[in-house]
Design a protein around this ligand. Sequence first.
Ligand code: FSX
Ligand code: SF4
Ligand code: F3S
Length: 373
Amino acid sequence: MTTSQQKETYLDALLERGYSRRDFMKFVTFITAYMGLEHSMVSQVAKALETKKRIPVIWEHFQECTGCTESFIRSDHPIVADIILDSISLDYTDTLMAAAGHNAESAKQKSMKENYGKYILIVEGAVPTKDGGVYCTIAGRTAVDILKESAAGAAAIITFGSCSAYGGVQAAYPNPTGSVPVDAIIKDKPIIKVPGCPPISEVMTGVVIHYAVFGTIPELDSIGRPKQFYGKRVHDSCYRRPYFDAGLFAESYDSEEAKKGYCLYKLGCRGPVTYNACGFMEWNNGVSFPIKSGYPCIGCSENNFWDNGPFQERLVNISGFGIEATADKIGKVVLGVAAGGAALHAIATNVLKRKEIKESIESGMENEKHLNS
Ligand code: FSX
Ligand code: SF4
Ligand code: F3S
């Protein structure tokens, strides 16, 4: 386990762990593009990570399935995990750290004391409040108690996953343990919600890097999510979107239509009412996301999504979206009219986004040459 006493910069830390400067620049270009910043910002981000000291991180786990950590450590971009697990001083995470018991707890206390007011607190999991909070205890203390203590010295809090952001499955009806999200308990700290069940690992890295580079939290939407990652609906970046627009819907799983990539809306897809970056970031370095694997979006980055089921039924009209009307109208008007052309157009849009990021990374290599000269 690293400790916050190591006051190296992000670049120092990566070089020390065997990465090259080229790897560093690749990462900087990748994360700059994902943060939605102009390519011209690559040099500024690189400079900041070369010169700024690493931010200490305390990572708490409460009521959850640990899927968020699983998602995080399986990021296909090696530096994404390392930037948190190694390069940022990860002083405490009871799931991943090697230490256990009293050693782990005293390492956390030491780090919180030394870095009071400076560390980022990452919270995974909801917090049960019923019966004095007894339904989640660690080292003999309740989650409520631990959260209050670790939040007190935090500069900012990232709620990683829908459980800590909204309460998650534990808070679903009838919520037997009185589970609540972090912001129901902590009211005096900036809280950045990174929801999803689980969230995309690169999103949290993007938030941490944003804080490291700019010293501020990113711009948030009305329910506390960073806009650069949650500003668009899954529907807006979905590769099946041209089929929606063309009125071509799969009526059952495993049908020929579903396999051909027809829209999953009639199978219950929540993409039209769900804000998340799945469509263009995907998981495992762009390998897949639920819809690409043939299953409709269940809206896992939205508030109380577990109570918004049943998941496999077509959405009923949701006020303000008019999806039902749109789907049926489009189905009648557009069906058969250049469906292939529409499909190609929207798929090309998504492919272009990836191409843009790839080119951006390649030109990051040019920046690297420039910075080295
Ligand atoms: Fe919740 Fe994360 Fe879902 Fe699981 O820790 S958001 S149940 S993927 O693991 O908190
Ligand atoms: Fe994609 Fe779902 Fe929208 Fe269809 S309804 S285009 S499957 S997000
Ligand atoms: Fe969740 Fe929907 Fe993305 S279910 S993972 S927000 S496609």
